[in-house]
Design a protein around this ligand. Structure first.
Ligand code: SF4
Length: 331
């Protein structure tokens, strides 16, 4: 029996590609990935629906290297889709070899995404992955050169498809025909396609080129401020943010909180020996219930160290705080 492993997000295209091969009697294994930018929740649902084995690989570290330095650049935001696809296919190739499977497949559709699914991009991804010879794109295979798998008769080319472009009409028809009802939004991308998040990440990498993958999580919570070159402050928006910020603070970060009034947790991250505590306290207290225009007490402590203290500051007003905010379109 022919056996294949496929990149599987649980999105419609990956579901259809897997199902199309199942229709030919090919045994399919689904491969999903996790990183700070995407998870495997939808893939789990999709694999269950198709009745296929799901393998989940954590590619956080190599993926972050690709995000930091993509050989083929970014899409509209910080999404390095070509390099990301190549990386995932490389992982799939290794898994294929380890398990003695016959080939790899993806749900890519020619012309569906302008940056990553044009003909040139598909060729680049195949080449860079190192597994181009074993890569099949069932949904658009008839528009591409026959692959080894088709030439050797492992796959019947006649029963593959020639879907092209951005319309989802044929995919939706197939989903109906095969009774696939649960799949993630076709328009969805990973967190790196979110303009607001991408902006934060870009700024964080500029401020701290040495940041590592563990530092990505804090970019997902709260309000973010830059208090000077390389000095950043994160302020929670709600209790969940505050708890998350506290959990993600690393040694040397300074945590700040207003005394005597409900308010957020601030986390100051700085490479300076004397971080700008007063500014951080004035921004943090702006989002507390401390009365406007009156001094309030803000306590601070350095994570993992002994230093702690208290400051008396007047909370910033809206405009003063906004002047430090990291917002899309503002540097
Ligand atoms: S949208 Fe995200 S997960 Fe998908 S290929 Fe692009 S970078 Fe990778």
């Amino acid at each position: 029996m022919t056996k294949a492993i496929g990149l599987f997000s649980g999105g419609l295209d990956s579901m259809l590609a897997a199902r199309l091969l199942q229709e030919q009697g090919i045994e399919v294994t689904a491969l999903a990935f996790t990183s700070p930018f995407f998870g495997a929740r939808r893939a789990k649902k999709g694999a269950k629906q198709l009745g296929v084995e799901l393998v989940i690989a954590d590619i956080s570290e190599p993926h972050f290297e690709v995000v930091r330095n993509p050989a083929h650049g970014y899409g509209r935001n910080m999404n390095p889709c070509l390099d990301c696809h190549a990386l995932m296919i490389r992982f799939a190739g290794r898994e294929m070899e380890k398990r003695g499977l016959d080939f790899i497949f993806t749900g890519e559709v020619l012309g569906q995404r302008p940056f990553s699914q044009n003909r040139k991009a598909l060729d680049v991804v195949a080449r860079e992955s190192g597994y181009g010879e074993s890569l099949l794109r069932p949904l658009c295979a008839k528009l591409l050169k026959p692959t080894r798998m088709e030439l050797e008769g492992l796959v019947d080319r006649e029963r593959l498809l020639d879907i092209q472009g951005r319309s989802r009409r044929r995919q939706l028809e197939l989903a109906r025909q095969w009774g696939l009802t649960e799949y993630s939004s076709p328009a969805g991308g990973c967190k790196l396609t979110d303009p607001g998040f991408s902006h934060r990440l870009r700024e964080a990498l500029a401020d701290d080129p040495g940041m590592d993958v563990r530092d990505v999580e804090i970019l997902k919570v709260g309000r973010h401020f830059r208090l000077g070159g390389g000095v950043r402050l994160v302020v929670g928006k709600n209790r969940a943010d505050n708890e998350r910020i506290e959990a993600l603070a690393r040694e040397g970060d300074v945590l700040l909180r207003v005394v005597g009034h409900p308010g957020p947790l601030g986390c100051l991250r700085s490479r300076e020996a004397e971080p700008p505590l007063e500014t951080a306290a004035a921004v943090t207290s702006r989002y507390s219930d401390a009365p406007r225009g009156e001094p309030c007490r803000v306590e601070w402590r350095e994570v993992g160290r002994e230093r702690r203290g208290e400051l008396l500051v007047t909370p910033f007003g809206e405009e003063e705080a906004r002047a430090f905010a990291i917002l899309p379109g503002k540097r």
